[in-house]
Design a protein around this ligand. Structure first.
Ligand SMILES: Nc1ncnc2c1ncn2[C@@H]1O[C@H](COP(=O)(O)OP(=O)(O)O)[C@@H](O)[C@H]1O
Ligand SMILES: [Mg+2]
Length: 242
């Protein structure tokens, strides 16, 4: 199991608006990439295409050399692409354990017992064991993000897409999330992290890709991207600039 992701000449149009304008990108297995750019630059759209939530207008996406565009999110999750959402998606009325089992039990050949054991182990690493039988509605926003991480881990992904995982999360919990992201990455998982939180991006990632109006304006080491005139210009007037 590898986790190389290749994006070729990718275009996505919404009516007259080209949200992604012919992007080429290759992510090696085990990279932890920060994806930045002002509001509306195409970050979420790119994750939505990689994750199978949108079809590209043209171009393609390859996971370990196999085309994966045109597949559904469920098929892609089984193929090894997991993602979190800008607006956290957990089932509030289900318990944490039930949330953990939803995706896992849909994988053919998974026994309930094995899935529960794995869910317990994952909840343990996320320090959520004591809440396992509580409804997800009892979680704070940050804990709900952790549960979302847990659900992704259940599918043992090769590639993980994280869309704004730190929004509204308490600083202590944020540091804990950094540890989890680093552990995940150290085990060989390729991670694409979208965040407005520049401290998090520059603290975690050794490669940063900057988008503006659907085009790549910088790609490289964090220090170089941070100082890139095109990046500074793209953020001028954007009130999220850090
Ligand atoms: N479902 C959609 N329908 C129409 N336009 C969209 C849709 N999703 C995104 N867009 C447009 O695509 C552009 C990029 O949006 P998005 O990917 O959400 O940016 P970001 O995540 O970087 O803030 C914006 O102009 C946005 O209005
Ligand atoms: Mg977005």
């Amino acid at each position: 199991m590898s986790g190389q992701l290749q994006i070729r000449r990718l275009v996505k149009s919404f009516g007259g608006v080209q949200a992604i304008k012919g992007i080429d990108l290759t992510f090696a297995q085990g990279e932890l990439i920060g994806l930045i750019g002002p509001n509306g630059s195409g970050k979420t759209t790119l994750l939505n295409i990689i994750g199978g939530y949108y079809n590209a207008t043209s171009g393609d996406v390859l996971l370990d050399g196999q085309r994966c565009d045109g597949k559904s999110p469920v098929q892609l999750a089984r193929a090894g692409i997991g993602r979190s959402f800008q607006v956290t998606k957990v089932f509030k009325r289900l318990t944490l354990m039930e949330n953990m089992l939803v995706g896992a039990l849909a994988v053919p050949g998974t026994s309930r017992k094995a899935a529960e054991e794995r869910a317990r182990a994952v909840l343990e690493t996320l320090l959520l064991t004591r809440l396992a039988d509580q409804p997800a509605s009892s979680l704070s926003g940050g804990q709900a993000k952790l549960l979302e991480f847990g659900r992704i881990m259940m599918l043992s992904p090769r590639v993980v897409l994280l869309d704004e995982p730190f929004g509204g999360v308490h600083p202590d919990l944020k540091r804990f999330m950094y540890d989890k992201i680093r552990e995940w990455n150290a085990s060989g998982v390729t991670i694409i992290l979208v965040s407005h939180d520049m401290g998090s991006i520059f603290g975690l990632c050794r490669r940063v890709v900057a988008l503006s109006y659907g085009e790549i304006i910088a790609d490289g080491l964090p220090e170089a991207v941070k100082a890139d005139p095109a990046v500074l210009e793209a953020y001028l007037g954007d009130n999220h600039a850090a």
